[in-house]
Write a protein that binds this ligand. Structure first.
Ligand SMILES: Cc1cc2nc3c(=O)[nH]c(=O)nc-3n(C[C@H](O)[C@H](O)[C@H](O)COP(=O)(O)OP(=O)(O)OC[C@H]3O[C@@H](n4cnc5c(N)ncnc54)[C@H](O)[C@@H]3O)c2cc1C
Length: 415
């Protein structure tokens, strides 16, 4: 595949852009692959990419029931940060954040990583104590965060109302190298690189059953026929429970709708990401000028990909309180995704009771930021059959052994 470069753009500009190739092939499925990945979201595609790049495993099919990146990966608000409390979380999220720094160069695809800085506001004394503790933990973990006072918050975010009608801003945890990336581009960049390595991305192909011979996986049933394999990764976010059921085991996850909305585009007025977790709303401005707004997760399990109305109302109320200028904006569109939540709000990257089946799920409301690190760790697990240091703490066995990675404050509400 031809590399994207300034010379390629110049060359194509001279010949009316007739020479560009398709970014990835869309082949019919073969009868058999060494490895099948179910789910062409960011995590599935990143797993396939690092299987090929780091472990030389390239006889891989990535099977997607819709279009690639059309799940949560293409629906999220793109916040990337690594300021988590627990060591295991900080390690994998910081690995991911550092991979994002050079992902455009690695994939030869512009993922528009923008390390513009992310701040999480403290609006109660409880949050002040919690975030100051996280800053100390991050110091020990080698994650660069700092505590900033309200005056600095106001300096970085001129549109914020520091005194707030209900909750004044008391300070914030600030991660200067956190930020955003273009979500579609992350999926497209990985897909193009996988296709270039000879992997087959099979879209519009739903997995409807998982075949076993005793306790070992032998393949999948799909809407495009049966496909055999030796090894399988289930990477389907909100549909993990359903796929686990097909394979014959249960998962400690719940699926709920999480929603977001964007405003009409306006002139640049916010060049950092701000999260207000007490009132529950968060905000960034896209390159197009739209205000990107994250809302809450439904309090009941469902697969609607919509989200309930009262959450939009609550989110907008929270934001008007924190950023009064929002009240003058018109909202453009709203959407939802199905996220998979575990009890300790941390992910699962694990072997399963079925030999040859591995699972990556439970990223809940915050798994866009972890895509490169998660793919890296999942690929290592699938290639070696045993987890490396990044994945080991995220095993399914932690629920049996009580070794929870409690991120309910960091991940239960925020992103
Ligand atoms: C509104 C919203 C805002 C968010 N904001 C953020 C944020 O700011 N920062 C952040 O870090 N995270 C955020 N997240 C979370 C993040 O989007 C997810 O954790 C992440 O995208 C999960 O990626 P994935 O690849 O695991 O899943 P997905 O992208 O959902 O991919 C899974 C794929 O599996 C496919 N699939 C399912 N069942 C089958 C089947 N039977 N056969 C074949 N294919 C199947 C689906 O079609 C889907 O494409 C947000 C999520 C939502 C919904």
């Amino acid at each position: 595949m031809k590399r994207y470069s300034v010379f390629a753009i110049a060359r194509e500009g001279l010949r009316y852009h007739q020479g560009w190739e398709r970014a990835w092939r869309s082949p019919a499925p073969q009868k058999r692959y060494d490895t099948i990945i179910i789910g062409a979201g960011g995590h599935g595609l990143a797993t396939a990419y690092y299987l090929g790049k780091n472990h030389g495993i390239r006889n891989v099919a990535i099977i997607e029931k819709g279009w690639l990146g059309g799940g949560n990966t293409g629906r999220n608000t793109t916040i990337i940060r690594s300021n988590y409390l627990q060591d295991a979380s900080a390690a994998i999220y910081e690995k991911a954040r550092s991979l994002y720094e050079t992902l455009s160069q690695d994939l030869n695809y512009n993922v528009m990583f923008s390390p513009r800085g992310v701040m999480m506001l403290a609006q109660t004394q409880h949050e002040v104590r919690g975030y100051k503790r996280t800053v100390q933990a991050n110091l020990l973990q080698g994650v660069a965060t700092e505590w900033i006072e309200p005056a600095r918050v106001q300096e970085l975010v001129p549109i914020i109302s520091i005194s707030g009608p209900r909750y004044p801003v008391l300070g914030a945890i600030w991660q200067p190298r956190a930020g955003t990336a273009r979500h579609d581009a992350v999926a497209w960049g990985y897909a193009r690189a996988c296709s270039e390595m000879g992997m087959d991305i099979i879209q519009n192909c739903e997995v409807t059953g998982i075949d076993r011979d005793g306790d070992r996986v032998t393949g999948v049933q799909t809407t495009k026929g049966a496909i055999a394999c030796d090894r399988m990764g289930i990477v389907v976010a909100g549909h993990s429970g359903l796929l686990a059921q097909m394979a014959g085991f249960r998962l400690p996850v719940e699926s709920v709708a999480l929603q977001a909305l964007v405003s009409e585009p306006i002139k640049p007025c916010l060049d950092v990401v701000v999260m207000a977790n007490t009132v529950h709303g968060y905000l960034s401005q896209s390159d197009k000028g739209e205000m990107v707004i994250g809302g809450g997760a439904d309090g009941f399990n469902n697969y609607t990909q919509r989200g309930s109305f009262h959450h939009v109302e609550e989110t907008v109320r929270a934001l008007v309180e924190t950023f009064p200028m929002i009240s003058r904006l018109r909202m453009l569109r709203q959407w939802g995704g199905i996220v998979d939540m575990t009890g300790d709000r941390s992910a699962i990257i694990s072997k399963t009771p079925v030999r040859g089946v591995y699972i990556n799920c439970g990223w809940g409301t915050g798994g866009f930021k972890s895509i490169p690190g998660s793919g890296w760790a999942m690929a290592e697990l699938m290639a070696k059959g045993e987890p490396g240091p990044l994945a080991a703490p995220f095993s399914l066995t932690r629920f049996r052994e009580g070794q929870f990675i409690d991120e309910s404050v960091a991940a239960g509400v925020a992103h």
